[in-house]
Design a protein around this ligand. Structure first.
Ligand code: PGA
Length: 253
């Protein structure tokens, strides 16, 4: 069985103290979420230590939203994968479209970040997805193929086995426009097929999350699709009740 994952990407929201309250709110609702779902929260760097501490003893896992491409040294303002892992953080989101678009992250940078993540035993949540023009011109399959080939194809089989992928169409992020469950299923199945070209059967064990205006109203339909293994949730992860309600999209097993 593939892992089911619901991850909250808090982006640049909340103070550290508010982040701890948010974590506690999610923890309080965990008994309403099926045990089969792995719950992850990704606060800003400044909150990681406090949130990781508060998450101890809960079933909530903690992720960073990014890490440096280099191991250590004279890189002012950067935060290394080693620093993140030393806090007990288990995941790192890499290649989010906001980082690709606003901070110029390329496949070259992301390959280096992947190396750092794996060297420090962080599980990468690698984000891919097309822009609106690319969807309209029908090149979305080529776009995600390229994002997979240029980065994921460089992983060893052992590394690949620990990877999580998040498909997030840029036109659906924070816009209130969600891909339909059928659109998500279509492209998730395609992505899995591309992964299988390189990694064979192992592609069936990789969780592919959907992200982009997923919310309590559409989660159940999205998660009902065979290749949609969970969600990377932005806005709806900032309210404990909404985040829990999204995770309940998997029902009880
Ligand atoms: P959204 O963000 O749920 O607010 O659209 C998702 C994401 O960017 O990870």
């Amino acid at each position: 069985m593939r892992e089911k994952i619901v991850a909250g990407n808090w982006k640049m929201n909340t103070t550290p103290a508010q982040g701890v309250e948010l974590l506690k709110g999610v923890a309080a609702g965990m008994n309403e979420v099926c045990d089969c779902v792995t719950m992850v929260v990704a606060p800003p760097f400044t909150h990681l230590s406090m949130v990781a501490e508060a998450a101890k003893g809960t079933n909530i896992h903690v992720s960073a939203q990014n890490c440096a491409a280099e191991a250590k040294g004279a890189y002012t303002g950067e935060v290394s994968a080693h620093m993140i892992a030393s806090l007990g953080v288990e995941y790192v989101i890499l290649g989010h479209s906001e980082r690709r678009e606003y901070y110029g992250e390329t496949s070259e940078t992301l390959n280096k970040k992947m190396v750092q993540a794996y060297e420090n035993n962080l599980i990468p949540i690698y984000c891919i997805g097309e822009k609106l023009e690319e969807r309209k011109s029908g090149t979305h399959f080529d776009v995600v193929r390229q994002q997979v080939e240029e980065v994921v194809f460089n992983l060893s089989a052992d590394q690949f086995a620990k990877l999580v992928i998040a498909y997030e169409p840029v036109w659906a992020i924070g816009t209130g426009k969600t891909a339909t469950a059928d659109q998500a299923q279509e492209i998730h199945a395609y992505i899995r097929g591309v992964l299988a070209e390189k990694f064979g059967e192992a592609a069936n064990d990789i969780a592919i999350l959907y992200g982009g205006s997923a919310n309590p109203g559409n989660a159940a339909e999205l998660f009902s699709k065979p290749d949609v293994d969970g969600g990377l949730i932005g806005d709806a992860s900032l309210k404990p009740d909404d985040f829990i309600a999204v995770a309940q999209g998997f029902g009880k097993c």
